[in-house]
Each structure stands twice: as structure tokens, then as C-alpha cells.
Design a protein around this ligand. Sequence first.
Ligand code: WQD
Length: 341
Amino acid sequence: MNKVVIVTGGAGYIGSHTVVELFNAGFTPVLLDDFRNSQPWIIDRLEQLMGVRPLVHEVDCQDAIAVEEVFARYTNCDGVIHFAADKAVGESVVNPVKYYQNNVGSLCVILNAMKRFHLENLVFSSSCTVYGESDEIVVTEESPVKSAVSPYGDTKITCERIIRYQIEAEQDLKAFLLRYFNPIGAHPSGLIGELPQGVPNNLVPYITQTAKGIREKLTVFGGDYHTPDGTNIRDYIHVCDLARAHVLALNYLSSKEKPFCDVLNLGTGKGTSVLELITTFEDVNELKLNYTIGDRRSGDVEQIYANTQKAKEVLDWSCDFSLGDALRHSWQWEKGIKEHS
Ligand code: WQD
């Protein structure tokens, strides 16, 4: 069996795209997922893309006994990519305990299991939200991590700290903390993509559901920010570019001596406003979107995008897909979804 990689949350949005990239790179991905943020038929789609059915264990990563039973079966495991977490900023404000219990709790389960089975390579799914309302618009990995604007963001900051402390204490772990900016898009095949549960919190799935007629119109949250067109600016990165970075990060870790811990911003290095994204979506898909400018959404930072120099230097990684590619792939994926949960 090729080098095994355990992928928690492997049936999720970024997880499933990473599973495909791992397989294409010669790894054998083993998925741990309880399908709270996915659907079982995503595994059928992965089988179509990979030509073989991936190994899947339906496990809640908060369940230490179940997790360690799985880990015990893969003693030739090369590493762990930990995606499994709840990630809705708004929901985390309403139900913070759920977020700390799951996001922080499951990380502790994974770290204990890695220690027990002497696994030393960890790639952790973090987020640019750790920068909070940054004083710098273009953030580097050295930009200050500020108090998060949501419990979700605080769980990511907390998890990063736990990993660092664990490495300092045990000296036998190597970790990359990958801070995603705004993942968008879908696999070019149209077979996998983002599957928001219920009403989408994020911009692009709300746009595609509006274009499909599921939502009546998009509300742009705020048109009076101090940006060129008055709307928020973000760094929207194609999910396949993001997935590929995880494979490079894992290979890099395998080449390093322990202990090791580093952080990487994963974005395009370009800022795009909400209105610019809408216009690009309309242009590449040759349609008009129904939207209005409404009130600001609390907790939104005005503008943030990534300085991606470090990821280029360390992993020799940069994005292949454009914003237009991502928005074309998102729309293609949306059109193929038979029913939303
Ligand atoms: C993007 C822009 C909104 C919806 C969050 C998390 C981050 C990551 C990605 C998990 C903002 C505007 C949105 C809508 C709008 N999540 N918007 N109308 O808030 O930048 O980042 O999701 O890993 O950690 O913080 O993403 O897509 O929600 O919003 O105008 O209906 O789109 O105001 O400016 P965000 P988003």
C-alpha cells in the first residue's frame, strides 16, 4: 500500500479536494468523517475521480476510542491532515461551546492518537480569521494574531497554540499550520464542490444558489466601506490550489527533522471586492445576478488579503487557477447539484 495519509474531515469541501490531490500524488488517503458537513454520495464522486473507492471510516473525531481504533489499523501512516471542524462563524457566536468542544476537542484527540501511534507529520487546517481586524491589509505570517472576531476564529487560534505547545513539550511532532484565506470554486470535473448545509453563510455558494433560483437575491453586506467600490475585500483562492498546497506541505514535513512547526498563508495574494467578484461571476458565466446592497454584517473585517511570498519560497507553491476559473467551476458544480440539504 502506498504511503497512507489519514484525512479527518476528508468528505468535506476542502478535505475531499485534498483527497483527490493526495491520490494523484501517489498517497493512499484514509478518510475519517462523520458527514455532519457532507453527504455520503461525495464518496461515490471521489471513487469516480480516483478510479478506486477511498477508504472511509465514519467517525466523530471527538470520539477518542473510535479515532484510535482507526489509527491502530494504519501503522504505516505517513501523516495526518486534520480538517474536521465546525466552521460557520455566525453559528459559533450562537453556540460557542459546540465550537470549542468539537474544534479544540477533536484536535486534542488527534494529537493524543498521533502520540500513541508515533505519527509525526501533522498538517492543520487553520484560517486567516486568526488575524482578526488586522492593522495590515496585506498580512504576512508574522502579522499579529489578534483576539478573534468570533468563537470560531478563537478555536483556530487556540488550536494553533495547542499544537505549538505540544511540539515544545514532546519534541516529536512536525506540523504545518495552514491559514486559508477564502476558499472558493470546485473541482473542474464538476463532480465535487462546496455543499453548505442550509442557507449558505459564505458569499460564493450564496451567489450560485441565487443564480440557480434557490435564493431570491444576494444581499451585499455593506457598500460604505473605505474601499474603492465600498464593499469588503477578500482573497479568494481556488479550492484545488489550496488542496495541492496540502500535499506539498506534507511532503515538506516528511523531509524535515523533528521538532518542527511553521505557519503558511494560503491565498492568491490578490484582493477582490464583493462587487468585483459578482461582476466576474456574471462575466465568466454570461448571466446577470440579482443582488442589492444592504447593511453591513457584524464581525466582517473591511479588507484582508494574503502576502503569499512564504508559501512560494518554502513550498514552491503558487496558484494555478484564476478567480474566473473558480467562479466558472462553482457555477458548473451548482448546476449539477440535484438537491440541497
Ligand atoms: C466574504 C465577503 C461578506 C455573504 C469566513 C470565515 C473564514 C472562512 C471563510 C472558514 C464578506 C460578503 C457574504 C453574503 C455578502 N471560513 N458577503 N453577502 O467572512 O470573509 O470568511 O468564511 O474557514 O474563516 O471567517 O467569508 O464568504 O462569509 O464573506 O456580501 O450573503 O462576502 O460581507 O465581505 P468571510 P464570507
